[in-house]
Design a protein around this ligand. Sequence first.
Ligand code: FE2
Length: 380
Amino acid sequence: MKTQDIAPTLEKIYPEAGDFLPLNGTDYVEFYVGNAKQAAHYYKTAFGFQNLAYSGLETGNKDAASYVLQQDKIRLVLTTPLHSGNPINQHIVKHGDGVKVIALWVDDATKSFEETTKRGAKPFMEPTKEEDENGYVIRSGIYTYGETVHMFVERKNYNGLFLPGYQEWKSDYNPKAAGLKYIDHMVGNVGWNEMNVWVDWYEKTMGFINLLTFDDKQIHTEYSALMSKVMSNGNGRIKFPINEPAEGKKKSQIEEYIQFYEGSGCQHIAVATDDILTTVRDLRSRGVEFLSAPPNAYYEDVRVRVPNVKEDMDLLAAEGILIDCDEDGYLLQIFTKPVEDRPTLFFEIIQRMGAKGFGAGNFKALFESIEREQAKRGTL
Ligand code: FE2
């Protein structure tokens, strides 16, 4: 069944995590956007996503239009309201285009809802059965940071393309895929002194563990700083780093995000590729804008810091791809500029060559690059 073939990501078992909320992987990510038709065109053209399913006026949905796009194991849903009275508008007015739902694939959406809400999670949607000729899906949802939601999707009795209510979306315009394979991690930005609140929340209500911690002494530049803790579920398939701003001489990029998103929300979606050089060249040619490359000194340092990189270092440097390592191997990563006019959500492209970390060795180079953009925006 197509729809059950979802993210494998990094399999590592963390037995100390709670086992009351087994998660099979990321099911889909839903964005609330001002114009889903145009956003869908952008994600197809720029990032190589493929048509999957559609819901809107033509399918009997009078409230909203949703386009479902797929690339390998990644599914994005782009939703726009069709009338001013739709509450989705309030979300868009406040936050701009952004991630509303991080949906998680589970075997039992009713139990997932009960186990999390009894531990204090705020309900978003009671367990709800949705049905069509292909079977049924049960979905439930809880709020996480800000107005962001985790939906639990139980689809073991469903054989359709996506969800009941959606039809196949066909188009004569089908740009080729860009080698994006699965969602590696999704990062949340939260306000001052809130990181530990959400770390505790993921531990208590979802049974996650705190895998890694970076304090402001590790993550800082001359001007700004942030703190980050990486949360993981028990089977290691779901990883949610949580960032908060820290005091610096100038404004932290996290503060800039919170200011423009008008609250906590999803900062970036990291998507994996097996061949970052090909993927990045392809994305660039399709119009995806990446943060500027670090200075040459970065690559001189990397040749010493990360030996045994198989890829040609000159080619990596030419694309501005960042390199880091841990005891298990190395990783290659690069970050896009924000994909909206508000400096909020962006994407990370990552190729893991054994490494299980998040590129801590690159934080300084990355943040200096972000600060160059902030300076242009007058928000540093
Ligand atoms: Fe990341």
